[in-house]
Write a protein that binds this ligand. Structure first.
Ligand code: PGA
Length: 250
């Protein structure tokens, strides 16, 4: 049975004290047996304090990015082994902000995915179309090539450590959400694409999250779709109450 997952991407928000405060709120409010697997992704500097504070809770910690090389002269970068050494087992790769502002290509992301998997990490792989792609009716092709170029070289075995996150770029941080129908249509397309590449067993097992202006007020109708297995939450993950209301939308 595939998992329902709600992940909070805190992006470049919250210093140490604010991170500790948010975590304290989450710990106070989270139920002992939540309706979904819960993951939060603080900034690099707050990963270790977050890991320590969340250790015996149902909430686990992910990084927002990672370098593809094992180590070496890559000033400012962080490796998979460094993340693992501070308790981080999951990494978000391919977020649209990384693609847009840091020019991360499908090819580079394939390398990062390989490195994460070689280090036994779980990858939350983000992808999705821009508004122009959708207007030009190219969104399915675009998503297909993102999947193919970054993931479809992987072995069948690797897929147990892959979580997909469809995030239409036009819905991220804009207040504009994909309608439940648009989300389901794309998620069904993604699952079929994985089934065509790897067979239906793997396609049925992979969790496909939706991201883009997901809030307590719309999460329930988005998550009710058969191929939507949760969400990757930006803005609304910065308040414990809102984030946990989204978790409780299953
Ligand atoms: P948002 O961000 O929920 O603020 O739209 C989603 C994301 O970037 O993962």
């Amino acid at each position: 049975m595939r998992k329902n997952i709600v992940a909070g991407n805190w992006k470049m928000n919250n210093d140490l004290a604010q991170t500790q405060e948010l975590i304290a709120d989450l710990k106070k409010q989270v139920s002992a047996d939540p309706a979904a697997t819960i993951i939060v992704a603080p900034t690099y500097t707050n990963l270790y304090p977050a890991f320590k504070a969340l250790k015996d809770t149902p909430i686990s910690v992910a990084a927002q990015n990672m370098h593809q090389n094992a180590n070496g002269a890559f000033t400012g970068e962080i490796s998979a082994a460094m993340l693992k050494s501070v308790g981080v087992e999951t990494v978000i790769l391919g977020h649209s902000e990384r693609r847009a502002y840091f020019k991360e290509s499908n090819e580079l992301l394939a390398e990062k995915v390989n490195t994460a998997l070689e280090n036994d990490m779980t990858v939350i792989f983000c992808f999705g179309e821009e508004l122009e792609d959708r207007k030009a009716d190219k969104h399915f092709d675009l998503v297909q090539s993102q999947l193919k170029e970054s993931l479809y070289h992987l072995s069948k075995e690797s897929w147990k450590n892959i979580i997909l996150a469809y995030e239409p770029v036009w819905a991220i941080g804009t207040g504009e959400t994909a309608s439940p129908e648009q989300a389901q249509e794309m998620h069904a397309f993604i699952r079929k694409s994985v089934a065509d590449a790897y067979g239906s067993e793997i396609a049925e097992e992979v969790s496909i999250l939706y991201g883009g202006s997901c809030k307590p007020g719309n999460a329930k109708e988005i998550f009710a779709n058969k191929d939507v297995d949760g969400g990757l939450i930006g803005g609304a993950s910065l308040k414990a109450e809102d984030f946990l209301a989204i978790v409780n939308s299953f």
